[in-house]
Write a protein that binds this ligand. Structure first.
Ligand code: ZN
Length: 252
């Protein structure tokens, strides 16, 4: 009971403070509101900027002229709405600067703006900061590109084997691993002792010479036997991935 009696006045004080807060904030609102827009260059995190920017000021309808300041130096004056000024950070010393403006109203009264604080970077600094953002992004893109190419290669189709007993002009060969026949690719790199080929049946990479007719005939028999057998075997997806990974290892 006693707790409630203490809490209630406290809460009402808090409420009054909360309600009063916007009123006092409104009094501090500048009559000129500054905005900063990047036209060309670097506008990174925090307030680091480099390049060409436009500072603009919004004020009362009777605003006639705005003077833009960098620290205490007058950068320029605009006497036509929209009141703005383009500047390049390279024309000023690198470091922390305050951007502000003073407006003149129709009656001659002056109004001040809020202050924007910006860290002007040198060209090299901005380049370094850009690289520190771009390089990791490029790295991520590269990794995804590699994965995008690798995963289908490891798990995807191993290529069409074509009808049994039919080979193109590069000739038929027999896989050293699964002993099944396949057509050598016309475009495969020729390594002198044979072409670098990937078996369309098991996915094994090997250097293949053209096989003899007898070897091919025997391999074709094995393939026909396997085709009938395959219809009955159900493949476990995990097992097929593991096998695909094993198969991708290249050995002589
Ligand atoms: Zn094979």
């Amino acid at each position: 009971m006693t707790k409630k009696h203490i809490l209630l006045p406290l809460l009402s004080i808090l409420l009054v403070l909360l309600l009063a807060a916007p009123v006092s904030a409104q009094e501090e609102t500048p009559e000129l509101k500054l905005g900063l827009r990047r036209d060309f260059g670097y506008g990174g995190f925090s307030n680091d900027i480099q390049g060409t920017f436009t500072i603009s000021a919004n004020g009362p309808d009777t605003l006639e002229e705005v003077q833009f300041y960098l620290d205490d130096t007058l950068m320029g004056t605009d006497s036509e709405a929209p009141f703005s000024l383009q500047f390049n950070t390279d024309n000023f010393e690198p470091g922390t600067h305050d951007l502000s403006a003073v407006g003149t109203l129709a009656g001659g009264d002056q109004v001040s703006s809020n202050v924007l604080t910006a860290e002007f970077l040198s060209g090299e600094e901005a380049q370094g900061k850009t690289l520190s953002i771009v390089v990791p992004i490029l790295g991520v893109v590269l990794v995804f590109t590699l994965l995008g190419g690798l995963i289908p290669m490891l798990t995807g189709k191993k290529g069409a084997a074509g009808p049994i007993g039919e080979y193109n002009m590069a000739g038929g060969t027999v896989c050293p691993r699964c002993k099944l026949p396949f057509s050598r690719h016309m475009m495969s790199p020729n390594l002198g002792v044979g072409k670098l080929e990937r078996c369309p049946h098991c996915g094994k990479w090997s250097i293949r010479m053209r096989a003899s007719q007898a070897d091919l005939a025997a391999a074709e028999d094995r393939l026909r036997a396997k085709d009938t057998e395959k219809a009955q075997i159900e493949v476990d997806p995990d097992e097929s991935l593991r096998r695909a990974l094993d198969d991708s290892r290249f050995d002589e």
